[in-house]
Design a protein around this ligand. Structure first.
Ligand code: AP5
Length: 182
């Protein structure tokens, strides 16, 4: 099963991706994690991504598509995967379509809906280096302007499902399981 987890910063994409991947025994593909690893390793990609991530902007489609292309081609993705935080722009979604093999398709785009104001506290409490009020504001800005247009894109394909993310983690996962039938 191939799944996209979609939602604003702090909506619980990473948390639920871990739950789904454990149940389905498929890999968790988080572009945020991949980019943070690249920054830590000091690679060329990391050098390009660092400042953008520190400001809460989006890393270029070209860079993100190249890291996803490499990752998705690995053997462990043949039986499915969960994409967390990708695609984030229409260009990335179109790019993803062209990365998928003929026999592969995205079955579910799970949109975790949250009240943005109240999750700012979640993020500040977590305390990652980009969980600072000014940066969080920019991450929401990037989401609202560049990522939200993906909602109609996937609604038109009838694979977008809304999940109420304003509940306990276990309850959110229960709702996800009902949608994907596990
Ligand atoms: P990324 O790492 O993807 O960050 P994000 O989208 O801002 O998402 P978060 O990790 O903050 O939140 P989440 O929705 O995963 O929630 P989580 O489960 O962690 O991206 C970071 C940066 O990388 C971007 O800003 C961008 O620069 C770059 N980037 C990444 N992908 C890119 C792409 N495709 N294109 C371009 N640039 C890209 O939960 C958050 C907290 O809330 C945790 O503490 C968790 O324990 C808690 N929590 C979760 N669920 C609940 C719940 N139901 N109730 C209470 N607490 C909860």
């Amino acid at each position: 099963m191939n799944i996209i987890l979609f939602g604003p910063p702090g909506s619980g994409k990473g948390t639920q991706a871990i739950n789904i991947c454990e149940s389905l025994k498929v890999p968790h593909l988080s572009t945020g994690d991949m980019l943070r690893e690249a920054v830590t390793s000091g690679s060329d990609v990391g050098k390009k991504a660092k400042e953008i991530m520190e400001n809460g902007g989006l890393v270029s489609d070209e860079i993100v598509l190249s890291i996803v292309k490499e990752r998705i081609a690995l053997e462990d993705c043949v039986n499915g995967f969960v994409l967390d935080g990708f695609p984030r722009t229409i260009n990335q979604a179109i790019g993803l379509d062209s990365l998928l093999e003929k026999n592969q398709k995205i079955e579910y785009v799970l949109r975790i809906k949250v009240d943005e104001e109240s999750i700012i506290k979640r993020l500040i409490d977590r305390g990652r280096s980009d969980d600072k009020p000014e940066i969080i504001k920019n991450r929401f800005k990037s989401y609202n302007s560049l990522t939200q247009p993906l909602i109609p894109f996937y609604e038109n394909r009838e694979i977008l499902f809304n999940i109420n993310g304003m509940q306990d983690i276990e309850k959110v996962f229960d709702d996800i399981k009902k949608v994907i039938g596990i």
